[in-house]
Design a protein around this ligand. Sequence first.
Ligand SMILES: O=C(O)CCC(=O)C(=O)O
Ligand SMILES: [Fe+2]
Length: 238
Amino acid sequence: MQEISYENSSNDTKAGVLENESLIEQFVQELCQNGAVVLDDRSGFFSDEEWAALETFGLLSGLPYETVDVGDAGEPNKVEVGRLMTDVEQPLVVNESISKKMLKIICAPSRLKFMENLLGISPLSVRRAQINKMHAGSFIGRHVDQDSNPDYEVSIVLQFGRAFDGGEFIIQLPDGSQNVIVPTFRSITITRCDFAHEVRPVLAGTRTSLVYFVSRHAGLNRRYLSEAAVGSSASTMA
Ligand SMILES: O=C(O)CCC(=O)C(=O)O
Ligand SMILES: [Fe+2]
């Protein structure tokens, strides 16, 4: 992976990724070749206050967590999930009193605009958002996010975990090689939703990430629609 310099070379001010369009080309290349772009906490994608607010709302304000053993693409999992927005039939904000405040931060126009510039798609919207809390022994099996929804373009994974071992994010690349990402505190990993990936078992500490998925399609989940069609033709045949 290339080292990213976030400074805007044209005027040498610390503009951060949201204002520095000259970085977009480099990110597009990374996303194509390596399946992901990793930004660190110097990127300016969120301010310190926004990071702190996301962490407080997500971890300290009573968001309910459920244990998930099977992911919705059928993969084996061991992870605790706190839901902000689900996307079974269509996008639905849940746990509203907490999630609305968090979604306001992650869906801010400047951030969606950055994603639109990166993907060359406009408008984009967030369809699903959740926190994955992983302790020693937790893992997320290999899956393709588009099996949950064929319209997901990329996921954005914010890392809140300060100290943990294991928990590498591994992407399978089309040439058979792997991109092994070791998320660090306040890193932001933007990943393609059409490449298989997994989270290796956490060995020690707590790995907590906020994950959200963006799409150009804001309507019904087309996975649900095609499954419903299969289900109804099956019942007609039965
Ligand atoms: O928590 C993570 O690092 C990403 C997990 C993931 O791949 C997913 O939720 O689809
Ligand atoms: Fe995923």
